[in-house]
Design a protein around this ligand. Sequence first.
Ligand code: HEM
Length: 477
Amino acid sequence: MTPVFAALVVLVTVVLAAYFYMQRHTVSPGWKVKTTIPGLQSNDPQNGNFTDIAIAGSLHELLVNLHKTHGPIVSFWFGPKFTVSVADPDMFKELKAVFDRPPELFRLFEPLIGPESIQYANGFEGHKRRKLTDASWSHDMLRHFCENFNELGEEMSTKLSSLPKMEHIPLSQYTLALTIKGLSQTSFGDYFKDDEHCHNMKHNYEICWEEMESRLGGAQMVEGSERQKRYDEALGNMRAMVKDIVQKRKENPPKPHERAFIDLLMENEDIYDESKLLADATSYMVGGFHTSGYLLCWTIYYLTLNQEVQEKVYQEVLRVVGSKESIGPEDIPQFQYMKQVMNESLRLSILAPWAAKVQEVDISLGGHSIPKGTPVITALGVMSQDEKIWPNPKKFDPDRFSPENVKGRHQFAFQPFGLPGRICPGYRFAYYELTVFMAILIRNFKWTLVEGQLVESVYGLVTSPKEEVWVHIEKRQ
Ligand code: HEM
């Protein structure tokens, strides 16, 4: 090789290395943000990687691909915003106390929950509101709700018992109806003991939710379209109901033991003016209805596929409550195996695929610098499928959550309700309510799947089955 040719080879190698280094380490539209975090370059200054999200199927699925390729910390562009995603227990631990959430990642839901929703409230304002409302889901409140959950579980059992033998039952319709009633009656009071009110709420809420799901899937709303009118009307009806409840509770105040979430909002007018009250009343419905409804649906679905687990749950129910008429607050902590089953259902269904944090200061995470104001996604769903933490991750195995197995696992490996700094306010409620419902439904029926179904998942803000899950029940003696 001549010296000139050798020099040329070295030069080309250096230029190429520099080019690939820049490709890997500099991602921004217009090269504005320099980062060492691997990931995607922006395709467009406004839309960033929205096309890549659409091609992947959902943000969760894009994150799965990115983390698989690049490891526990990755970057991409959420529209015009440089965004980081982490899927690692140690990094979760470092973020554990962060409260603030990047509003821009959740703007899509603003027309439904309102700009004043808790979803967008950071800093002092957010803390103040959470401190006030978290009391609605305390252990003491849950003890009060127990009787209500029993009534609802029994009501659904009676309805199911009246169906013809081997009827095909649309599982998610039933579980959503149950959890919508559970949260409405315990948070907004007796108003929702009236079946017509409950039906109206469910009907209008579902129109609004479908609209949010469509937008999440990229379907834009045309101004003045029938779709827009239907949505506006449903949202208007929901808000009118909340106003009606407030009016009725003002005229006829609840007794001390009947006070609920809505009363806390009404009594604290310095924190909750009318628009904030409407925003948070809706936000808690949005936060609670589909999450708990689909968790119940996924759990029963997994039990139909794993009959031996269903039998173990049944045996536990018999052991804890036997033929006792109703399940009491003292029984709830005894359902150890049921909790394992719920946790494994949360993990395997990837019920809430991701959450997000933001900080007002530059930070360092996983050896990389992250500029202040950068949204940091906690990829809860990516981590719940990490085979280093969960061997054979697609297998439904509640023993992963046995006390012995939990002991050996990183404390932050499983965070289905988000990190402690701003954990979901409804997490105790969800476990408690579903324990009562499951105990009643499994004590009364054996559940099987109607044959020939392929149940696929849609990963929105909540993971739902793509199509209805059809089941059979057989009454137990
Ligand atoms: C299985 C059921 C549920 C799951 C998996 C779930 C999951 C989550 C997650 C991951 C977050 C975000 C936390 C973060 O930002 O780090 C969240 C927030 C929230 N959840 Fe839940 N949730 C469930 C049930 C409920 C219920 C029953 C309610 C109603 C009482 C509720 C109301 C909310 C609200 C209002 C927020 C936002 C709170 C805030 O902005 O501070 N969730 N949930």
